[in-house]
Design a protein around this ligand. Structure first.
Ligand code: MG
Length: 235
């Protein structure tokens, strides 16, 4: 018996990747203005640091754009000033808030599922929960969830199992009673699968290689979720 549906946010319910591409260019332009580094040179280093940091561990303090930019500036021989880097990152989030949009069927699906299941969002957050909270409120999605868990709540990022167990505990459900939906098999689905949840991989924004052992079902857009859950619960 399924009682709860858990969602990742970025690239699962909203098109984060294209928004991030625009926002990364904003960072590079600001860096050029303040530190006289060509955008191409900055972005090359920045993307390296980002990839390394994002996949490095599950400690949430490693997930920080302020940290990544500071590291790149040091590597390029510049002295980072906290006030400047901090305000560039604030600007980055303003660009994201302007560019990122919910997928066309996100609200319809949440509305329908919310009548039958408890709904939670589990989202790693760069920096403070405040930034994520503001983004979610502005886009109008907060009210559809019984629970929203970000890295600040647990001190860990996905795929650390404490994040998922904390969510189950707060909702009062067993992992076996949950369906987890996400775009990243490794970060969103690996641990839930090991904990006994049913996993749904969504490829609406990006299609990464999927280790099939972590993926129970695949959807190409979030609107397909309703039908898939009907199928799962009939079994
Ligand atoms: Mg995601």
């Amino acid at each position: 018996m399924k009682k709860a549906v858990l969602f990742d946010y970025d690239d699962t319910l909203e098109n984060f990747a294209p928004a991030e591409a625009v926002a990364d260019v904003f960072i590079a332009e600001q860096i050029q203005k303040h530190y006289d580094i060509a955008p191409r040179d900055f972005l090359k280093e920045y993307n390296n640091v980002k990839v390394n940091r994002i996949h490095k561990g599950s400690q949430s303090e490693e997930y920080s754009r302020i940290l990544w930019i500071t590291e790149v500036l040091s590597e390029l021989g510049k002295r980072p000033e906290y006030g400047v880097v901090d305000s560039i990152v604030e600007g980055y989030w303003r660009v994201i808030a302007k560019e990122a949009k919910l997928f066309p069927n996100t609200i319809t699906v949440l509305n329908k599922l919310g009548k039958k299941y408890k709904l939670a969002m589990i989202s790693d957050s760069d920096g403070h929960k405040r930034i994520k909270d503001e983004r979610l409120k502005k886009i109008g999605i907060t009210k559809y969830f019984d629970l929203i868990v970000t890295s600040d709540d647990t001190g860990y990022d996905k795929p650390d199992k404490r994040v998922f167990l904390y969510t189950c505990d707060k909702l009062g459900v067993h992992p076996k009673e949950c369906i987890m939906v996400g775009d990243s098999p490794k970060r969103d689905l690996m641990t839930p699968k090991r904990l006994g949840m049913t996993t749904v991989w969504t490829t609406e924004c990006l299609r990464r290689d999927a280790p099939q052992k972590w993926v129970d079902y695949e959807i190409s857009e979030i609107g397909e979720l309703w039908g898939i859950i009907e199928l799962i619960t009939k079994k």
